[in-house]
Ligand binder design. Structure first.
Ligand code: N01
Length: 536
């Protein structure tokens, strides 16, 4: 018997799991707007979610500073300063910590507490959550704000435990690790890996990049912004946010509706060059033309433009060849300050592990198939995440009739409007499967506000359980699939469809019609008295 067996169970109206962008706002709305008794839990030692864990060198948002924040706290929009076009990880973490402090949220956030199980009790219509140390808590409403990307994908290689240096994953970067002057190896070249490469190339004594798939990256255009720029954005925030909330990707620019092949070749080049000079990955994919992610010919034109840039930038032809992607330009778009330029530095070396696979990790470093041992002090796994449902599947979650989430999602994760799933009453997911594929804070706000209003109306109407119907969930999944099939994204192997995890079903995991359309769906569901839900 443990001490916990005798501990009294604490009961709440609502429990929030996660204290990142989603959990912080959800705790605020449920506690301070609805007056519920709420507790938020997070396994981390601080708030911030993604921005607590991802402290790797170069970690930053690739959404511009003026839209990588909450809209709901209008005072902070006016008061919180920034001086660069993009925010670095410490800036974002400091911002989230300041929100928590300003709204006195910390007293209801229990840190260092991992939730391992969530069970719905049909006799009481309450959820019981169990923590890693065996304590239990109950609540009527359970809101999971686990983040899309928090379950790390940490592949194993033979000999890993023999390595004399340090092996780290970017998603759990140790606070005491400084790679300055060290021999660093980076495995993975997605959004994270390319950011690490840009930063590490400038501080490591030697950097070896182990690349499986080459990536299309465009310039970020990062740099200082003036106080006048910040003031101008502040004065226009309502206008800016209205545009963001009605847009597709919610990055603070107008998406283009011009078809790439409808203009002359010269005009196409001019527009690609203008987008390249302006900077930002989502802008390059969605702002230069309206059909890069839809029409194969338009996609190839954009891809060819980036390939030409790689050939111009990278001095060593063999390195340039290895860095040049030949597949579709249809993964999450990347941007960096000087990704391809990094490979012109004398201390940076590129190994194509598609051509020359990693055989084993040795005490000294990493041995590739050609027999070379790359001597290293630190091996950085920038190998991404088991996205979307990975966070859920590692927990024991049981809904009606003891149904496990693993069973319910065995063919891939599903939801109704990205926030609820059938057989799991009163469980609300922020960034659940088949939610919008956008700059995340504006989508998180839309979901938190939808969940809050649904709970407010349930409280007012004496509804005890809210649960989507199986039919509504199936229809939403089909809608998401049909929309995704209109794009090129399912044709590229990436985490967006689960292709990065061996054995994971390749299924639709996002609603790709954009935030404006998504907000319209949520508004319509609410207006129709929560159509698609069984309210009991
Ligand atoms: O992860 P990824 P990420 N052996 O899955 C490689 C967000 N984000 O952390 O392409 C060797 O994209 C894998 O290779 P391949 C953003 O939404 C945002 O970089 O599968 N290599 C790939 O190169 C982003 O999309 C920001 O062939 C292996 C890399 O590891 C999402 O997070 C910053 C491997 C993984 O790339 C995920 O990005 C950072 C193996 N066994 C991240 N397994 C912002 O700027 C995987 N790889 C806001």
């Amino acid at each position: 018997m443990t001490a916990q067996d005798n501990a009294p169970v604490e009961n709440f109206d609502a429990i929030v799991i996660g204290a990142g962008f989603g959990g912080i706002y959800q705790l605020h709305t449920l506690r301070d707007q609805l007056g519920l008794k709420v507790r938020a839990f997070d396994r981390a030692g601080g708030v911030g979610g993604t921005w607590y864990w991802n402290r790797y060198p170069g970690a930053m948002s690739d959404t511009e500073s003026f839209v990588y924040r909450y809209y709901w706290d209008k005072e902070m929009l006016q008061e919180w300063d920034y001086d660069h076009r993009y925010l670095n990880q410490p800036d974002i973490l400091a911002y989230l910590e300041a929100v928590v402090e300003k709204h006195d949220l910390a007293r209801d956030i229990q840190l260092n507490t991992e939730i391992t199980a969530m069970d719905f009790d049909e006799s009481t219509d309450r959820w019981t959550v169990t923590t890693g140390d065996g304590a239990t808590y109950t609540a009527r409403y359970l809101i999971s704000a686990l983040g899309l990307l928090s379950s790390t994908n940490f592949p194993t290689f033979p000999g890993m435990d023999t390595f004399k240096g340090r092996i780290v994953h970017t998603g759990a970067w140790p606070e005491d690790l400084d790679i300055t002057g060290k021999r660093v190896g980076v495995i993975g070249t997605g959004s994270t890996g390319t950011q690490v490469v840009c930063a590490a190339s400038k501080i490591a004594s030697h950097l070896t990049v182990f690349q499986r798939s080459p990536q299309y990256s465009v310039p970020s255009g990062n740099g200082p912004v003036t106080p006048e720029y910040v003031q101008e954005k502040r004065e226009k925030y309502d206008e800016i946010w209205e545009q963001v909330r009605g847009s597709v990707v919610a990055f603070g620019f107008e998406e283009s509706s011009v078809a790439a092949m409808s203009v002359t070749e010269e005009e196409r080049e001019r527009r690609f060059q203008a987008a390249w000079d302006r900077g930002n990955g989502f802008h390059f994919m969605f702002g230069a033309f309206g059909d890069i992610a839809i029409d194969p010919e338009a996609n190839e034109a954009a891809a060819a433009f980036i390939r030409k840039k790689i050939a111009e930038i990278v001095k060593d032809p063999e390195t340039a060849r290895k860095l040049t992607p030949t597949d579709l330009y249809a993964k999450r778009p990347l941007c960096n300050w000087d990704y391809y330029e990094s490979y012109n530095r004398d201390n940076v070396e590129l190994v194509s592990i598609k051509e020359n696979p990693i055989e084993e990790i040795t005490p000294e470093g990493l041995r590739t198939a050609d027999g070379v041992v790359h001597e290293l002090d630190v091996i950085v796994f920038a190998t991404g995440f088991d996205a979307v449902d990975g966070n859920y599947l590692r927990m024991n979650i049981r809904g009606r009739d003891g149904l496990t989430i693993q069973d319910h999602w065995k063919n891939g994760p599903t939801s109704y409007v990205g926030v609820t799933t059938a057989h799991f009453p009163n469980l609300f997911m922020i960034l659940g499967p088949n939610g919008p594929f956008t700059n995340l804070p504006p989508s998180i706000e839309a979901q938190v506000e939808f969940i809050t209003e649904m709970i407010r109306s349930a409280e007012a109407d004496g509804v005890t359980t809210i649960e989507p119907t199986v039919e509504a969930e199936e229809k939403w999944t089909q809608t998401c699939q049909e929309i995704a099939d209109m794009t090129l994204f399912p044709k590229a192997d990436s985490w967006i469809f689960g292709a990065n995890i061996p054995g994971k079903p390749n299924t639709v995991m996002f609603y790709m019609a954009g935030l404006g359309a998504y907000r319209g769906v949520l508004a319509e569901v609410a207006e129709k008295g929560y159509g698609g839900f069984a309210l009991r």
